[in-house]
Design a protein around this ligand. Structure first.
Ligand code: NAD
Length: 258
């Protein structure tokens, strides 16, 4: 499927990471202008440079998505440079610690919720008014397979990703008659830094063995590539998905019980 986002204005959070960078590059190759947002200034600037090297137009805003001022900054940058936002990939996330609920520090629970739930909520609260004023726009929140199943020693992460689905479904109903669609992607394991961190936390002495075992447990026998998640995100914000809203689309090679 080919995509044409010529001239469209896209904001991507978590743009320095595996999935965020992949979708920035895919959007740029399809003609979109890309505003990348990430906590990591250096890696975020690298994403913007890669977009430019690919022939695209890029801006970068550094910031923490759990803070309202980050959202105000990128919204202002997009308004000043381009006058609006057509595509929003509300993607930044953090896995937290790999610990049982019994051992989980409350402050880490709060941080997971601040990034994954408050951050996504603030993203919606910031971008939806822009899109509603335009009577056009599409949002993809990055949820997870963990939005639908329990995850041992990752309870705050799983809870936060369940909440992302609640936000997605609710937001979609609020803007469905205002020209704006809101969906989520629900990836299973994706070959990014986050998953390597999770594996190292789950099995500090044998992370590679855990990785191989987990990949083998997936019906397709492998993790997703970030570009495969980017393709689904692109589809969901494209005109091909014009009647899809309020959905969490699974992309997991057939894995439902890892
Ligand atoms: P990643 O670790 O490669 O990227 C995450 C990015 O988010 C990083 O660049 C990081 O700097 C940024 N980030 C973290 N906290 C931030 C904050 N407070 N403010 C701004 N930016 C922040 O991981 P990824 O796999 O690309 O993850 C992207 C999204 O996909 C996340 O929401 C994650 O939960 C979700 N996801 C990942 C997997 C997987 O297996 N990798 C599976 C399902 C869902």
């Amino acid at each position: 499927m080919s995509f044409d986002f010529d001239g469209q204005r896209a904001v991507v959070t978590g743009a320095a990471g595996g999935i965020g960078r992949a979708v920035c590059l895919s959007l740029a190759r399809a003609g979109a202008r890309v505003l990348a947002v990430d906590l990591s200034a250096e890696a975020g600037e690298d994403t913007a440079d890669l977009v430019r090297e690919a022939g695209g137009e890029a801006l970068f805003v550094a910031g923490d998505v759990s803070l309202p001022e980050t959202h105000a900054s990128y919204a202002k940058a997009a308004a000043d440079a381009w006058g609006g936002i057509d595509i929003f990939m509300n993607n930044a996330g953090w896995q937290g610690e790999i610990l049982s609920i019994i051992d989980y520090p409350l402050e880490v629970f709060d941080k997971v919720m601040a990034i994954n739930v408050r951050g996504v909520f603030l993203g919606l609260k910031t971008v939806l008014p822009v899109m509603v004023a335009q009577r056009a726009g599409a949002v993809v929140n990055t949820a997870s397979l963990a939005s639908h199943i329990g995850s041992r020693n990752l309870a705050p992460y799983a809870a936060s990703k369940h909440a992302v689905m609640g936000l997605t479904k609710s937001a979609a109903t609020e803007v469905a008659r205002k020209g704006v669609r809101v969906n989520a992607v629900c990836p299973g394991p994706v070959d990014t830094e986050m998953l390597r961190d999770i594996e190292a936390g789950q099995s500090p002495d044998a992370a590679e063995a855990l990785r191989a075992k987990r990949a083998a447990s997936i019906p397709e026998g492998r993790y997703a590539e970030a570009t495969e998640i980017a393709d689904l995100m692109m589809y969901l914000v494209s005109g091909h998905a014009s009647h899809i809203t309020g959905q969490g689309i699974h992309i997991n090679g057939g894995a439902y019980g890892i």
